[in-house]
Design a protein around this ligand. Structure first.
Ligand SMILES: C[S@@+](CC[C@H](N)C(=O)[O-])C[C@H]1O[C@@H](n2cnc3c(N)ncnc32)[C@H](O)[C@@H]1O
Length: 264
């Protein structure tokens, strides 16, 4: 099974939202093509709808970042890290935590170049605890690619933000199975942190503008938005079916359910 790397434009979109929200490092990842797209959608969509979409997406990132801080991991694996700069900031603040960012090669190579530029301009030395791994998280071979980072049985937090919804059902299950394999090779208190949008999120943007926006995104990414779980009971049942043991719902937002799961 192969992931779809047209999705990388969504990483640019998140960088743009974070940059508009004042994150200085995210500015490095804002491309002319995403600025053009922003100019286009601002012309055809209402300001209200766009700010709702931006607010919701930023709040999601902040929710996950807060949960990572509370978990206090010794190792972080970010699946579909995109152009998020959170891991860079976390790596600098927590030099004993090993962080592995995973994404498609095209994203990872661009990110490596931008990180060199950021370090040069911000006068930051080498960051030995931040690693960038080009890989497809839905491929069966993915856990093997990670092996060299898993030699110690450290308390590991695997997380993904804004990724699962771009995976179809089979890809989502394949990714979750890979997560289980990685957790089995980590310390017993390790976990996977993620979220899934609820149907409410889709309903909230059921206006014509919302449909236009979803149409633009699905044309550009070659993927529609997949809602994997309709209710919380459904979410728990499906995660249990894949093989996860403990499922902890951390936050119930109207638009997103944020959860932490362990393999046993
Ligand atoms: C919406 S972006 C989110 C980026 C980041 N997590 C954030 O919150 O800023 C989705 C990211 O998932 C990555 N992605 C999607 N499917 C993937 C796959 N099969 N393997 C690796 N990365 C994937 C995309 O390339 C993109 O960078």
């Amino acid at each position: 099974m192969k992931g779809n790397d047209k999705i990388l434009i969504t990483a640019e979109a998140v960088a743009l939202m974070k940059s508009r929200n004042g994150n200085k490092l995210s500015k490095y990842f804002v491309t002319p093509r995403i600025e053009k797209l922003e100019a286009f959608v601002s012309k055809v969509l209402s300001k209200d709808l766009l700010s709702k979409v931006f607010e919701r997406r930023l709040r999601l990132s902040f929710d996950l970042e807060e949960a990572i801080g509370k978990f206090k991991p010794r190792r972080i694996i970010d699946l579909g890290a995109g152009y998020s700069t959170f891991n860079l900031e976390y790596a600098l603040a927590h030099p004993r935590c090993q962080i592995i960012e995973v994404d498609f090669p095209s994203v990872i190579y661009t990110k490596q170049e931008k990180l060199i530029q950021i370090r040069r301009e911000a006068k930051i030395g080498k960051i030995p605890n931040l690693h960038l791994l080009p890989a497809d998280i839905v491929q069966d071979s993915f856990p093997k690619n990670l092996k060299k980072y898993l030699s110690e049985r450290d308390k590991t937090l695997i997380y993904s933000v804004g990724v699962n919804t771009y995976l179809n059902s089979a890809q989502n299950t394949a990714m979750l199975k890979n997560v289980l394999t990685i957790l089995e090779q980590s310390r017993a208190d390790s976990a996977y942190l993620s979220h899934d949008p609820t149907q409410t999120q889709v309903n909230e943007t059921a206006s014509i503008g919302g449909k236009v926006l979803r149409g633009v995104v699905s044309t550009l990414t070659g993927s529609k938005q997949h809602i994997h779980y309709s209710t919380e009971a459904d979410l728990k049942r499906k995660l249990k079916n894949v093989g996860f043991g403990k499922i902890n719902i951390l936050k119930r937002r109207q638009d997103n359910t944020i959860y932490l799961v362990r393999n046993a």
